[in-house]
Each structure stands twice: as C-alpha cells, then as structure tokens.
Design a protein around this ligand. Structure first.
Ligand code: UFG
Length: 340
C-alpha cells in the first residue's frame, strides 16, 4: 500500500512511518516541519534502509496543499497533521481551530477529488471530555464532546464530526478514528522519539528531561485526587504499540466511520511513572507536589476491548518498556533532533 502520512515527521507519525516501511508499504510524508524535524525521517530511513518520499507543505493552506498533492498517487491517508498543545490552544484558539479544521477540510476535499477512500485519523481520548462520575474505563460508546475543556480537544471532537458528515455524503469513504490515550516511549533503538519544543507539557517527556539534567525537578500536579496515591492516573501506551494500532486500522478499513480506543486498559499514577522512570534510567527524579492543573481529570483509562477484538490488536509493551526506550532516546539525544 502507498500511504500518505500528514504530519508524518512528528512523534507518532515517524514511528508509524517506520512500522509501515518495515512491513513493505510505501510512505509519503507531508509535513510543514513547524513542530518537527526532517532529521526524524532521515533516521527512519537509516533504521529501515528504505526511502521516505517527503513533501514539504502546509496542509491548512489550500493552494499549497493542492500543489503538493496534485501529482502524488497514494491509496490511504493517516492524518496526524495539526497543533496539539492543550495550554497553547487556550491562549490561541483561533489559530488552533483554523489550522486543525482547515487542514482536515482540505485533506478531505483532495481525497475526494483523487478518489482516495481510506482514512485513519489521529484522534484523542480528549474527545470524551469530562466523563460522567464513576466512569473510569472509557469505551467508545461514551459521549463525545461533553465537558471538553480546551480548544485543542474541541478540534479533535469537531474533526471526528466532520469526517462523519463527509462520509454520509460520500458513502465509499472508509474512515477510522483512533482515540489515543497517553502515548509514551520511543523506538527501542533510541534513534527516534518525542522531541517537544520548549517546556514539555506532558509527563513523560518532562520526566525524561529531568533525568537527563535539562530540568531541575518535576512539578506533580496535585496529590489529593481520589486515586491510590492521590496523583492523577492515566493509560500510558507505548508509541510502538500505538504505531502497530495504525497498521491494524489501515488493514481493517471498510466503508463507514468507526472509532477505536488505543490504550492498554491499565492505569498508572504520576508517582508510579516517576518510580518506573527512576528504575529505568538509574537517575534521581526530584519532584515537588504543586496545585492541580486546570482541566485535569483524576483518572482516564481506556477500555480497549473493541480494538482488541475487531482490529485484532493489543498492547504488548509495558510501562517499564516505555521508560527504558524513552531513556535510551533521551540519553542518546539529550537535545532531541536539534543536537543531531
Ligand atoms: N503531570 C504532572 N506534571 C507534569 C505533567 C503532567 O503531574 O509536568 C500529570 C498530569 O496532571 C496527569 C498526568 O501527569 O495526571 C499525565 O499528564 P499529561 O500532560 O502527560 O497527559 P494528559 O493526560 O493531561 O494529556 C493527554 C494528551 C493530550 C490530551 C489529554 C486528554 O497529552 O493531548 O491526554 O486526553 F488532550
């Protein structure tokens, strides 16, 4: 299969590119490199011994997207391109809505023009918003959009709706919405991994930068949640498991729109992550407890049964594996791809 990855130079896209190439698929990456590095793709090529076709363009710019994709042939699209920082989306809502929605609308138009019918969308568990009290393991029947707390999350929920509406008007479209829980870890080689710009928003990249000495200490956002140790609990999924979930989704596409949770089904607290990372890295991770972060939930864990059964996919890597692989990446690349 020839697969177009929009935003394919990013953290998750680069791992999906690698897994597809290893399976023998062809990969085209469309990326504007606004929050990613071409070095990630060079490393994917090095690891696989295969070539990635790279097209540099901003998908949110219709003319640029048309020009970039006009002469390309592909069978399927995995759509990652978009802005993804929760806090930034609160400060810059127009930019988030414009970028994430326009790029998706442009992509869907271009796919229809070219009669490319296969689409996998990089969605997020954030579309579940604030689940009803007592619901801790989320399945795909949970309502979408109830109590979403930030524009980034709204763009994911809106894009799911846009894809659903477009499919109604174009019944041949075969779409899957992949709702990621908390992607962590890196390829075990340590050649590619998460390379956030600026101060990391997410837990594991922050912990990694503390371990490698780039940051002094972790701020733990609250220890009074109704969880075993009082800190927030999440479902951390190894990025290689996540990448394999995309391949499974690509091979189970059929006309319609189907949503799948990609998670492990197991929750770990912030302090459990700190402990696992300390063990994996052999480094001290100093931390202090600070006030909870606005909009955070106590617990968010996937019920992955639907993906397990229908996609014949499940996670096989542990939190310890993710910490080990994250540390290999972080210690080999203390300044991310910028140091390359
Ligand atoms: N946390 C800290 N300190 C930090 C960062 C995070 O204590 O410096 C805690 C959070 O409070 C939370 C846990 O670590 O309990 C995980 O936080 P992340 O920021 O890593 O992940 P979130 O679950 O908040 O966010 C993830 C995705 C978002 C998505 C959101 C909701 O990164 O894209 O899930 O589904 F919107």
């Amino acid at each position: 299969m020839r697969v177009l990855l929009t935003g394919g130079a990013g953290y998750i896209g680069s791992h999906v590119a690698l897994v597809l190439l290893e399976r023998g698929d062809d990969v085209i990456v469309l990326d504007d490199f606004s929050n990613s590095s071409p070095e990630a793709l060079r490393r994917v090529e090095k690891l696989t011994g295969k070539t990635v076709q790279v097209v540099e363009a901003d998908l949110a710019d219709r003319a640029a997207a048309d020009a970039a994709l006009a002469d390309l042939e592909f069978d399927a699209v995995v759509h990652f391109a978009g802005l993804k920082a929760v806090g930034e989306s609160v400060a810059q809502p127009s930019r988030y809505y414009r970028t994430n929605l326009n790029s998706t609308l442009n992509l869907l138009d271009i796919m229809r023009d070219k009669d490319v019918r296969k689409l996998v969308f990089s969605s997020s568990a954030t579309v579940y918003g604030t689940p009803a009290a007592g619901v801790e393991r989320l399945d795909e029947t949970q309502p979408v959009g109830c109590g979403v707390t930030n524009p980034y999350g709204w763009t994911k929920a809106m894009i799911e709706q846009i894809i659903t509406d477009v499919q109604r008007s174009w019944p041949e479209l075969e779409a899957v919405l992949l709702r990621y829980f908390n992607p962590v870890g890196a390829h075990p080689s340590g050649e590619i991994g998460e390379d956030p710009s600026g101060i990391p928003n997410n837990l594991m990249p922050f912990v990694a930068q503390v371990a490698v000495g780039r940051r002094e200490k972790l701020a733990v956002f609250g220890d009074q949640y109704p969880t075993a140790d009082g800190t927030g609990v999440r479902d951390y999924i190894h990025v290689m498991d996540l990448a394999e979930g995309h391949v499974a989704a690509l091979h189970h596409l059929q006309p319609g729109v189907e949503a799948y949770n990609l998670g492990s089904g197991e929750g770990y607290s912030v302090l459990e992550v700190v402990k696992a990372y300390t063990d994996a890295s052999g480094k001290q991770i100093p931390y202090e407890i600070v006030a909870p972060r606005a909009g955070d939930l106590a617990t968010l864990v996937a019920d992955p049964a639907k993906a397990n059964e229908r996609l014949d996919w499940r996670t096989t890597r542990s939190l310890d594996d993710a910490c080990r692989d994250s540390w290999t990446w972080q210690s080999q690349n203390p300044n991310g791809f910028a140091g390359a």
